[in-house]
Design a binder for this molecule. Structure first.
Ligand SMILES: [Zn+2]
Length: 281
């Protein structure tokens, strides 16, 4: 059975781009007789606002969507720690105490997430009392995993190239786990078979495929859809006048009609879908 999910973070209101993404995932599951899940990605304790998760449910119901909600990330911290422990046991993780500014100053290359970590702490002894992130030794990890492939329903077969990220953080200094580790584990735990999400996360799937191999997790199929963007190609943002779903809902708008117009590609004035797919590696 096909299982898709929508996994918003409760640190801001949902906007039309989120609505589009949720509708795509919902409709894929519905068309294939599958299941559509809602997962609240509230791992970012400081920035997470629980009342927004309540708002998200009201927004999705207003759009006419039906879903099954699975456990939020805040209830899954043990699974992140267990997976990190498994990887530490294989010697693939190391502690990193560098600040963002230090990394930016030392980096010579840029990857999909910004400056590539130059490996400053690899092989360095870090005091256990010092707050540290855990990074994946990418060269060791890719050598251990061997060549990997994954399938995007829109872009076709992909050869995994997680090395473009460098030594990614799996356990953050300021939060229990990084997006890469948490999302990969959650999708496996939730039985997600089709990861439907925005094209901006295409490159992240290289890392997720590697983590699946290292942790012995099932491998889903992916489907990275174009994003709903401003006419000039920029992402939607409230500060540029893109309304929140809650705002539209509370103003008395008709959510089911809105959902139907998004499905049919009749976007509000000034909005369009982002151009094409990323080239194959
Ligand atoms: Zn470091």
């Amino acid at each position: 059975m096909v299982v898709t999910r929508f996994a918003p973070s409760p640190n801001g209101h949902l906007h039309l781009g989120h609505a589009f993404s949720a509708i795509v995932a919902h409709d894929l599951a519905q068309a294939r007789g599958g299941q559509f899940l809602l997962r609240v990605e509230d791992i970012d304790g400081v920035r997470s606002r629980p009342e927004l998760a309540t708002e998200f449910r009201a927004d999705l119901a207003w759009l006419g969507l039906e879903w099954e909600e699975v456990a939020p990330q805040s209830a899954r911290l043990d699974s992140y720690e267990a997976a990190a422990g498994q990887l530490r046991g294989t010697g693939l993780l190391y502690r990193c105490v560098c600040t963002r500014a230090e990394i930016a100053a030392a980096a010579t290359e840029t990857g999909p997430d910004g400056p590539i970590y130059p490996g400053t702490c690899r092989g360095r002894r870090v005091d256990l009392d010092e707050p540290a992130a855990w990074r994946l030794d990418m060269a060791e990890a890719t050598a251990l995993a061997g060549p990997l492939e994954w399938l995007d329903e829109l872009a076709g077969p992909q050869r995994a190239t997680p090395g473009v990220f460098g030594d990614v953080v799996l356990m953050r200094k300021d939060a229990p786990a990084s997006y890469h580790l948490a999302a990969t584990l959650d999708d496996a735990a939730d039985g997600v078979t089709l990861v439907s999400r925005g094209i901006d996360l295409f490159a992240a799937s290289h890392v997720h495929r590697l983590l699946q191999a290292l942790l012995g997790l099932p491998v889903p199929t992916w489907r990275h859809h174009p994003l709903l963007v401003e006419a000039d190609g920029r992402k939607l943002a409230k500060r540029r006048g893109s309304p929140g779903l809650a705002e539209l809902r509370l103003a008395g708008g008709d959510g089911c009609t809105l959902a139907q117009t998004l499905r049919e590609g009749r976007f509000p004035a000034g909005l369009r879908l982002s151009d094409g797919l990323q080239p194959r590696p």
